[in-house]
Design a protein around this ligand. Structure first.
Ligand SMILES: Cc1cc2nc3c(=O)[nH]c(=O)nc-3n(C[C@H](O)[C@H](O)[C@H](O)COP(=O)(O)OP(=O)(O)OC[C@H]3O[C@@H](n4cnc5c(N)ncnc54)[C@H](O)[C@@H]3O)c2cc1C
Length: 455
C-alpha cells in the first residue's frame, strides 16, 4: 500500500514514521486543517481538483464585474506548499476504499492513516437538472464568469436592438433565491446595470434595467432576524429590484421563468437567469455513505459523530459543508457557512495532534460569529448574535470581517483597493466578456442567444 508521499525521493527519514493524513478539498475547512497541521509531526497530502482556494462569499462580485477571478482565489501551493510536511496533489478523488484505507485519484491509490474529507457542496435544482444550463448557479469561478458573460452579452445586444420590447427583455435579469447570495447578486447587478447603462451605453435606458428576485419564502434573508430582512428588502426595492416573494419556480425555459403562488401563476421573461437556490453536499458524501453505512441527511451531508468521524471509522472525518454536525441538544446541524467550516477544520487538526500525544481536547463548540449580507455600496445587514446592524456600520463590519477571512494578503489589498475605487468612481474594472468563442461580436460566429420565447 502507498503510505508515503508520491515523490521521487523518499521523505526525510524522520517523516517515514509520522502518520499520513490525507485531506481532500482545499476550501475553507481543508485549508484550515493544513494550516493547523503545517510543521507538525504528521505527513499531510492535500488533494484538490482545483489548484486554488476559492473565497465563495465574494463570487457575486466576480459575476457583477466588481473584482476579477484572481482577486477571490489563491493558489493552494502559495497557501501551504512551503510547509515541509505538506504535499499538494491536483486531482479529483473519485473513490474511497475505507477497508484498505485508500483514496483513488488520477488512477492511483493513495493510502492514509487519517482521512479528512472537506469537499464542500454544490448546487441542486431539486431534480430539474435541465434548468442548469438555462439558469447557471453560483458555486465556482466559472459560474460567476458565465453569469457576467451572459449579462454583458445581453446588454451589448440590447445596444444594437431597435425593438424596444426586445431591448427591455435583454435588460432583464431574474435571480432565483433570496438568501444572502441571491440578495447580494441582485443588489450588485442592479447597481452595475443602472450605472453602466447610464454612462457607457448610448441607446439603453436606465429605467428599463430590471432585476427580479424570486423566492418561495415570503421574505428575503429568511435565516436572519425579520428586522434585517425588512431593511434589506427596503434597500433592494429602493435600488430598483423587483421582489417576487412567496412564489415557487415551476419551470424554466430559454428566456422564461414560470412561477406559482397563492395568487396564481406568473411568467417572467428575462435574457439572463441566475440560480442561487439549492445546496447539495459533494457526492463523496453519498459515496462514503454507501460504503460505510454512515447516514446522510436530505442535503446529502454525512451525519457525523461528535468528533466529526464517520460511525465505525474513527480514522475518517468529514468537515465543512459535507457534514451534518449536531451542535445543539435538539440536534440542529451546523449551518453551511465558512465560519463553522474553518472552526471544524481547526478542531479536527488539533484533535488528531492531541491523540498522537495521547491527550484529549475539549469537545467541539461552535463560536457563532453571526451572519451578514452586503446589499449595495456602503450598505450591508449584519446579525451578530442578536446585535443587528444595517447601512454603513453594517458595511464596515462586513468589509472588515471579509478582509480578515480572506486567506491571502495580496488579495486582501487588491479587494480593498477595488472596493474603494468602485465606491469613489462607481466604475467596475472587471467588466470583460470572456469564456467562450461565441462571445466575439461579429467575428466568425457573431451573436448567439437562445431565441426569445414567443407567446
Ligand atoms: C455564492 C456563495 C456565497 C456564500 N457566502 C457566504 C458568506 O457570506 N458567509 C459564509 O459564512 N458562507 C458563505 N458561503 C458558504 C461558504 O462558502 C461554504 O460554507 C464554505 O465554502 C464551505 O467550506 P468547505 O471547506 O466545506 O467547502 P469549499 O470551500 O466549497 O471547498 C471544497 C473544496 O473541495 C474541492 N473538491 C470537491 N470535490 C472534490 C473531489 N472529489 N476531489 C478533490 N477535491 C474536491 C473543491 O475544489 C473545493 O476546493 C457562500 C457560498 C456561496 C456558494
Amino acid at each position: 500500500m502507498e503510505r508515503f508521499f508520491l515523490e521521487l525521493e523518499p521523505p526525510a527519514a524522520v517523516m517515514t514514521s509520522w502518520p499520513h493524513v490525507v485531506v481532500v478539498g482545499g476550501g475553507f475547512a481543508g485549508l484550515k486543517v493544513c494550516h493547523a497541521l503545517a510543521r507538525q509531526p504528521v505527513r499531510v497530502t492535500l488533494i484538490d481538483k482545483r489548484n486554488f482556494n476559492l473565497f465563495q462569499p465574494l463570487l457575486y462580485q466576480v459575476a457583477s464585474g466588481l473584482v476579477s477571478e484572481a482577486d477571490v482565489a489563491s493558489p493552494l501551493r502559495q497557501m501551504v506548499g512551503d510547509a515541509p510536511n505538506i504535499q499538494i496533489l491536483l486531482g479529483e478523488v473519485v473513490a474511497i476504499d475505507p477497508e484498505a484505507c485508500q483514496v483513488v485519484l488520477n488512477g492511483q491509490h493513495l493510502g492514509y492513516d487519517q482521512l479528512i474529507l472537506a469537499t464542500g457542496s454544490g448546487s441542486t435544482y431539486f431534480g430539474r437538472e435541465e434548468w442548469r444550463s438555462l439558469a447557471p448557479p453560483m458555486k465556482i469561478l466559472e459560474h460567476a464568469d458565465e453569469i457576467r458573460r451572459r449579462l454583458l452579452m445581453a446588454l451589448e445586444e440590447a445596444e444594437q436592438t431597435r425593438d424596444p420590447s426586445q431591448r427591455a427583455f435583454l435588460q432583464t435579469v431574474v435571480v432565483v433565491g433570496a438568501g444572502p447570495a441571491g440578495c447580494e447578486l441582485a443588489g450588485s447587478l442592479i447597481e452595475l446595470m443602472q450605472r453602466a447603462v447610464q454612462r457607457d451605453f448610448k441607446q439603453l435606458r436606465r429605467q428599463d434595467c430590471r432585476v427580479v428576485l424570486v423566492d418561495p419564502v415570503d421574505r428575503v434573508l429568511p435565516t436572519m432576524a425579520p428586522v434585517l430582512s425588512e431593511a434589506a428588502a427596503a434597500y433592494l426595492r429602493a435600488a430598483g429590484v423587483d421582489m417576487r416573494l412567496g412564489l415557487k419556480v415551476e419551470g424554466i425555459a430559454p428566456g422564461r421563468v414560470c412561477l406559482s403562488g397563492a395568487a396564481g401563476e406568473i411568467e417572467l421573461e428575462a435574457a439572463t437567469i441566475c440560480w442561487t437556490a439549492g445546496v447539495r453536499a459533494s457526492r463523496l458524501g453519498r459515496l462514503l455513505s454507501d460504503q460505510t453505512g454512515c447516514p446522510i441527511d436530505r442535503s446529502g451531508r454525512l451525519v457525523v459523530e461528535p468528533d466529526f468521524s464517520v460511525p465505525g471509522h474513527p480514522e475518517i472525518r468529514a468537515v465543512g459543508d459535507l457534514c451534518s454536525f449536531a451542535h445543539t441538544p435538539n440536534g440542529s446541524p451546523l449551518p453551511g457557512m465558512a465560519g463553522p467550516a474553518v472552526q471544524a477544520g481547526e478542531w479536527v487538526a488539533r484533535d488528531i495532534l492531541a491523540r498522537l500525544r495521547g491527550q484529549t481536547i475539549q469537545p467541539f463548540r461552535w463560536l457563532d460569529l453571526g451572519s451578514m449580507a452586503v446589499i449595495g455600496p456602503w450598505y450591508a445587514v449584519a446579525d451578530l448574535r442578536g446585535l443587528h446592524l444595517t447601512g454603513l456600520v453594517g458595511w464596515v463590519v462586513w468589509a472588515l470581517a471579509h478582509l480578515a477571512f480572506i486567506p491571502d494578503t495580496e488579495n486582501r489589498i487588491a479587494l480593498f483597493s477595488k472596493w474603494m475605487w468602485q465606491i469613489a468612481t462607481r466604475q467596475r474594472t472587471a467588466l470583460l466578456i470572456t469564456g467562450r468563442p461565441d462571445q466575439h461580436l461579429g467575428v466568425d460566429v457573431g451573436l448567439f442567444r437562445a431565441p426569445r420565447p414567443t407567446a
